[in-house]
Design a protein around this ligand. Structure first.
Ligand SMILES: Cc1cc2nc3c(=O)[nH]c(=O)nc-3n(C[C@H](O)[C@H](O)[C@H](O)COP(=O)(O)OP(=O)(O)OC[C@H]3O[C@@H](n4cnc5c(N)ncnc54)[C@H](O)[C@@H]3O)c2cc1C
Length: 380
C-alpha cells in the first residue's frame, strides 16, 4: 500500500522524499496548482513576485542535507543591513567579517553589544520572552535601534511575543550560512525538491481521510487545514503579514541591502530586490519588496516608502500586495512546546513548521521526522 502525503509545501515534499528514498511508494496530493505552499513565486508582467518576501539560508542543516543549492542558481544577498535612523542611514555589516565595525556602530554602545553576545550564550532563558531577555542582559539602545526592528521582520510579530530560547535558536541559525535567493524566485527551491519526487498530484485538495483507509498518511497541510482534516482543535496562533511589491524607474535606488528602521513606521523592512537579482524586474524598473504587519492604504504606503528610500511617492507604482494570514506560527513563552511525536493516530502523522520552528528548516525537518517515525512504526 503506497503512503499518502497531503500538502506540497516544504514539509510535505521533505516527507515524500524521505519515504521515497527509503524505498516506499508515495503519492503526494497538493490542493493548489503548484508545489511550495508559502514559498511560491508568481511571474507577472516581467516581474518575479515571491508570495511573501523571504530569503533562503544555504546553511540550514536540512537544506545542506538535500544538497539542493547548486541546482537553483542561488544568489547570495548582502549581509549588511541598513537602518533608517533619525540621524540618517546606519549600516551594520556582516558580524563575522566586520566584528569591530559592528561593535563601533553608533546604534548601541560597546557594553550593549557585549550584552547581546552574553544573551547569545545564555542558558537561563526559560519562561522569558525575547524582548525581556535581551533587555535584561543590558542591550537597551541596541535593542530598540537595531535588534527589535530586525527581529520583528524575522518573527513577523513583536519580539515580546516570542519565547526567548526559541528566539536565540533562530538568531543562531542566521550566523551560519549565506542567505540569498534563486534567480528565478524563491519557489524554485520547492520545485527542485519536487523534481526528485515521482508521484505528485496537483489541483488535488483532500477533504477527508476516509478515502485512504488502510494506507499510512502524513498530513502536511497548513495548520488550520490539518486541524480540520484530523478533527483536532486549533490553538496555535499565527502572525499575519503583508508583502507589497512596487516598482520605480531604475537607477533611483541603487542599494542591494535589506533596510529596516529604528523610527516609528508601519514598514518592517524593504529591499530593492531587483538590484540583488536583476531577473526579478524588467531592465527599466527596480522592484521594491516591502513587509508590513498591518494593512494600510495605498497612498500611505507610498508616503512611507518615499521617506524610507528618499524617492518621490508618485514614482512608486504598486504591482501587487499579498496578505498572508497564517504567515508564521508564533512560538510564545506560554506555547513554545514543540511536538515530541508526529503521530496523531494509528498510521496517521502530521508535519509542518508549526511543530518544529517557523522556518524553511523547521518545515523540512518536520517532514523528515514524520516520515522517519512512520518508517520506524512500519518496521516493527
Ligand atoms: C512572509 C513570510 C516570510 C518568511 N520568511 C522566512 C525566512 O526568511 N526564512 C525562513 O527560513 N522561513 C521563512 N518563512 C517560513 C517558511 O516559508 C515556512 O516555514 C515554510 O514554507 C512552511 O512550509 P510548510 O510545508 O510547513 O507549510 P505550507 O508552505 O503552508 O504548505 C502547506 C501546503 O499544503 C497545501 N494544502 C492545504 N490544504 C490542503 C488540502 N486539503 N489538500 C492538499 N493540500 C493542501 C497548501 O496548498 C500548501 O501547499 C516565511 C514565511 C512567510 C509567509
Amino acid at each position: 500500500m503506497s503512503v499518502v502525503v497531503i500538502g506540497g509545501g516544504l514539509a510535505g515534499l521533505s516527507a515524500a522524499l524521505t519515504l521515497q528514498d527509503a524505498g516506499e511508494e508515495v503519492e503526494l496530493f497538493e490542493a493548489s496548482n503548484g508545489v511550495g505552499g508559502r514559498m511560491r513565486s508568481e511571474y507577472l508582467d516581467g516581474f518575479i513576485l515571491d508570495r511573501g518576501f523571504q530569503l533562503i539560508n544555504s546553511g540550514y542543516p536540512e537544506i545542506k542535507r538535500l544538497e539542493v543549492i547548486p541546482e537553483i542558481d542561488f544568489v547570495k544577498s548582502d549581509r549588511t543591513i541598513d537602518v533608517v535612523t533619525p540621524f540618517g542611514i546606519q549600516s551594520i555589516g556582516d558580524p563575522r567579517l566586520h566584528l569591530l565595525q559592528g561593535l563601533r556602530s553608533p546604534l548601541g554602545s560597546f557594553r550593549e553589544k557585549i550584552a547581546f553576545l552574553t544573551f547569545m550564550g545564555s542558558r537561563k532563558l526559560q519562561g522569558k520572552n525575547l524582548e525581556e531577555a535581551l533587555l535584561k542582559e543590558g542591550t537597551l539602545n541596541l535593542y530598540h535601534n537595531l535588534l527589535k526592528p530586525f527581529l520583528t521582520g524575522v518573527f513577523l510579530v513583536d519580539p515580546s511575543q516570542i519565547d526567548a530560547s526559541y528566539g536565540q535558536e533562530i538568531i543562531k541559525s542566521f550566523i551560519v550560512g549565506d542567505s540569498g535567493l534563486p534567480i528565478a524566485g524563491v519557489g524554485v527551491l520547492a520545485e527542485a525538491i519536487a523534481a526528485r519526487i515521482e508521484n505528485i498530484h496537483l489541483n488535488a485538495p483532500i477533504a477527508d481521510l476516509a478515502q485512504f483507509k488502510g494506507r499510512p498518511i502524513i498530513v502536511a497541510t497548513d495548520y488550520h487545514a490539518s486541524s480540520t482534516l484530523l478533527g483536532l482543535k486549533s490553538h496555535t496562533r499565527f502572525a499575519c503579514s503583508f508583502t507589497w511589491y512596487h516598482s520605480v524607474p531604475s537607477g533611483l535606488i541603487t542599494s542591494k541591502r535589506l533596510r529596516v528602521t529604528s523610527t516609528q513606521s508601519p514598514i518592517v523592512n524593504s529591499i530593492a530586490l531587483s538590484n540583488l537579482l536583476p531577473s526579478y524586474a524588467p531592465g527599466d524598473r527596480t522592484l521594491i519588496s516591502t513587509t508590513t504587519l498591518e494593512d494600510i492604504d495605498e497612498n500611505s504606503i507610498k508616503d512611507q516608502l518615499s521617506r524610507f528610500w528618499s524617492v518621490d511617492a508618485e514614482l512608486f507604482g504598486l504591482i501587487k500586495r499579498y496578505e498572508i494570514t497564517d504567515a508564521l506560527p508564533i512560538f510564545s513563552p506560554t506555547d513554545s512546546g514543540r511536538a515530541l511525536s508526529a503521530k496523531v493516530g494509528e498510521g496517521i502523522y502530521r508535519a509542518g513548521d508549526y511543530l518544529t520552528a517557523a522556518s524553511q528548516n523547521g518545515a523540512l525537518l518536520s517532514g523528515r521526522l514524520a516520515a522517519q517515525e512512520l518508517l520506524f512504526d512500519k518496521s516493527r
